[in-house]
Design a protein around this ligand. Structure first.
Ligand code: HEC
Ligand code: HEC
Ligand code: HEC
Ligand code: HEC
Ligand code: HEC
Ligand code: HEC
Ligand code: HEC
Length: 259
């Protein structure tokens, strides 16, 4: 458990209260960002995930294969992680059997996710990012079962689906497909946010050259694909601006991805 956490500690920070027991591993990583406390519910204490099962049987029974089920470590210290790591201490909610304000729902408030994934707070604060009040973590991530990245792992078409349900205009089929789409939207976009317009991972030719080799065969001549690109690359535009490959997701008229 600890070993697994260490593996990814560069992106994870755990809160520093006693309630976090075993997870108290990498507080030293705190640098630029303020550390968050676990979600607070005044007067409530942690009761452990088994308690939740009484009333939320469906969610609890599928939870074992969820990415975050790794947070359900064995032992006394560990009873505080699991359901309550995202939902906050559940004693009041559990005693009352529900009730407004008695439990945290991250669909309405991403703070609880940010407290461990601190870097995501800064990504969503980038100049170009998904509006977090309209597009929440749970629009793209599954918390209760399976892979936390919806359609993640090897299922790249599936991962595009999680974007296309809102960005349907980009869905093909195209007459001239751009094969890059098979590698997933995230080969060019960071879905959380970046410093570049349209949440692109790179603002210039670098976004494209990660896959398309640029070769200098004759001195002073730059080839991309089978075409000389020397003057195009020095014109100051990007590969996808006027006159070039504007139809970057796929084209109906031109195999070179133009409109
Ligand atoms: C005695 C039954 C009972 C227990 C035990 C219980 N819950 Fe609930 N829970 C409910 C009911 C009923 C609702 C729906 C009414 C409501 O939203 O308050 C609910 C709603 C919720 C919601 C949605 C709240 C919202 O604002 O959308 C979450 C999250 C939740 N429970 C998590 C938990 C967790 C985590 C535990 C264990 C710590 C737990 N529950 C234990 C009965 C229970
Ligand atoms: C990784 C964080 C995380 C963990 C761990 C987690 N949940 Fe949730 N839970 C969420 C998010 C996000 C939502 C809101 C969106 C959704 O339903 O996926 C939610 C919603 C809920 C709801 C409201 C259901 C609804 O349909 O609105 C209940 C009840 C709930 N969780 C119970 C649990 C229980 C029980 C556990 C432990 C077995 C648990 N959760 C573990 C993040 C988490
Ligand atoms: C208590 C700390 C904690 C909280 C709270 C938490 N996470 Fe995580 N999350 C982790 C850890 C640890 C892992 C790595 C699990 C593993 O790889 O075994 C992880 C993994 C993930 C991954 C998958 C990363 C990958 O590379 O596959 C996603 C996506 C994710 N979390 C999203 C969320 C979202 C969304 C929320 C809020 C609903 C949330 N997390 C809340 C600790 C947390
Ligand atoms: C618009 C969809 C979308 C939203 C909203 C979103 N994510 Fe993600 N997230 C993704 C995708 C897609 C990946 C996989 C990235 C990849 O494969 O390069 C990912 C990866 C991750 C990862 C693991 C890889 C990494 O970058 O560290 C974590 C952790 C994560 N997201 C947390 C969150 C949290 C926390 C929120 C809410 C504050 C959130 N995400 C909101 C789509 C989204
Ligand atoms: C729940 C709906 C939803 C999901 C899911 C979603 N988006 Fe978005 N996306 C939006 C909204 C809303 C905006 C903001 C639109 C605006 O500002 O006009 C946006 C904006 C964008 C933009 C910038 C558009 C622009 O014109 O600047 C890009 C790029 C983008 N999303 C890519 C993605 C990718 C990639 C995924 C999947 C990982 C994804 N989106 C998933 C709703 C969604
Ligand atoms: C090969 C790189 C690449 C891939 C893969 C890619 N995009 Fe884009 N996307 C771009 C570029 C470049 C722009 C900017 C186009 C412009 O400014 O005219 C863009 C723009 C966008 C926009 C803004 C609206 C628009 O069409 O101008 C959205 C939304 C978007 N992409 C979503 C997606 C989604 C969803 C996927 C996956 C299904 C995806 N993109 C895959 C490169 C890519
Ligand atoms: C994830 C890898 C990847 C990325 C990133 C990528 N491409 Fe592609 N692209 C491909 C593949 C694979 C093909 C099909 C094989 C080929 O023609 O090289 C292709 C084909 C093309 C073609 C058609 C070539 C032809 O004449 O048939 C153009 C034009 C193109 N890409 C432009 C771009 C632009 C512009 C960008 C940056 C916005 C970009 N690509 C980013 C993988 C990628």
């Amino acid at each position: 458990m600890i070993a697994r956490l260490r593996r990814i500690k560069s992106t994870l920070i755990f809160g520093g209260t006693a309630a976090w027991g075993l997870l108290l591993v990498s507080c030293v990583m705190v640098s630029r960002t303020t550390m968050m406390a676990p979600p607070q519910i005044p007067g409530a204490t942690f009761v452990g995930s088994a308690d939740c099962a009484q009333c939320h049987e469906g969610i609890t029974s599928n939870f074992h294969d969820a990415t975050h089920a790794n947070l359900m470590a064995e032992g006394e210290n560990a009873k505080n992680v699991g359901c309550e790591s995202c939902h906050g201490p559940g004693s009041i909610h559990s005693q009352q059997g529900g009730g407004a304000g008695s439990i945290v729902n991250p669909a309405k408030n991403p703070e609880t996710c940010f407290q461990c994934h601190l870097d995501k707070r800064s990504e969503f604060a980038m100049p170009y990012s998904h509006p977090i009040d309209k597009v929440g973590c749970s629009d793209c991530h599954e918390s209760h079962q399976g892979d936390a990245v919806v359609g993640g792992g090897t299922n790249l078409q599936g991962s595009n689906e999680s974007c296309l349900k809102c960005h349907d205009a980009i869905r093909g089929p195209y007459v001239f497909e751009h094969e890059a789409m098979r590698d997933g939207c995230t080969s060019c976009h960071n879905p959380h946010g970046t410093v570049n317009a349209k949440m692109l991972k790179a603002r210039n030719a670098a976004a494209c050259l990660q896959c398309h080799n640029q070769q200098q065969t004759v001195s002073g001549q730059i080839m991309i694909g089978s075409r000389e690109h020397t003057s195009f690359l020095t014109s100051g535009g990007t590969c996808w601006t006027a006159g070039c490959h504007e139809a970057v997701h796929g084209s109906h008229v031109n195999s070179s991805l133009r409109y």
